[in-house]
Design a protein around this ligand. Sequence first.
Ligand SMILES: Cc1ncc(COP(=O)(O)O)c(C=O)c1O
Length: 398
Amino acid sequence: MDPTKIRSDFPLYESENSDVIYLDNACQTLRPKQVIDSMNEYYYKFPACGGRSIHRLATQVTIKIDEAREKIASFMGCEPSNLIFTKNCTESLNIVAKGYPFRKGSSVLTTDMEHNSNHVPWITSKINHKYVKTPESGIFDFDEYLKNLNKDVSIVSMVHTNNVTGTTIPAKEIIEAAHDNGSLVMLDGAQSTPHRKIDLKKLDVDMFAFSLHKMLGPSGVGVLYAKDEILEKMNPLTGGGGSVGTTDYNSVTLLPPPEKFESGLLNYSGIIGSGAAIDYLSRIGMDEIEDHEKNLNNIITSRLKDNDSIQILNPVESSLRSGIFSFNISGIDSHDIAMICDEISSIAIRSGMHCAHPFFTSRGINGCARASLYVYNTKEECIKFADTIEYIIKTFSA
Ligand SMILES: Cc1ncc(COP(=O)(O)O)c(C=O)c1O
């Protein structure tokens, strides 16, 4: 793949901010013209609601929403009726934590390095919460997982690719062991879906959550996948128009999934734009994207890993961290690193605790800086990033 050619599709690079080196992709990616155009088409040509009115504009919206759902389903290897549109990955995870009828007194088993989106919903849920401890190496400890996987675990809910370390858990093996134990599995796919091929049927995962704004799609669109029997049993987080067949003064008949979970008017332009994002990623190819990010991460890591003033969050081996490079510099706060990168080189990175407070506080680390890569990033940008970090170390490090 050729990132230079890809960049011509991204309006940022023709704007007054064209010099920005955008390395905050794990938060949100940029959007190509194709996505923006498809959203604008909705507002210009058929700005109506879907699934309710029968006039021609509404019919066009319904068709476009169905098409987007079909595109995402085919991209993820599942049926469209198993996909619920939400506003983000966080909402998707909450629907399960709050809406599934878990056995009283049972537990959820997560890792000890979850994003708050797969941590807070469980802290505030009705079931107990257990963690699999991650060793110093940063690599998932399968034996520790098996030790924790006993009969009281009704669900294993884990981050597929970690937003701080970039490591990916062995999902297939985790799912097989959980199913043998009679436990369900949900994966937080916020950082895996944008970066590698996911096949939900092959994985045999029970529930899977992700956000489209981390994969070239519009802000505020998420997806929850769940198997049929789970969608049947699970209660929606919200109720109202669009999710019901009939109601009387005392009762309600819910529509079958996915409508049961999609009450109120949806983010139509966002969902249509999400379909365009899926088209765009499919044209590039997910294997190409994965290779591209690993190559770029290797450029950054090789340049910086032997510098005594830099601490890369484990694992140091770049091929285990996909497109994520998280680090600290001795004597400099991570927010200062991010601010200096922005000031002197127009490099946009993320700093702080990355919504993973327990990970940092349990290890006594006061946050970190994080560069995260995507399809439009180039080798030259990675070299400039490494140059900038070396300059910061030389100039400001203790
Ligand atoms: C691993 C992980 N899970 C969940 C989320 C939450 O995603 P959203 O804010 O789109 O709901 C993020 C966001 O960065 C993430 O990195």
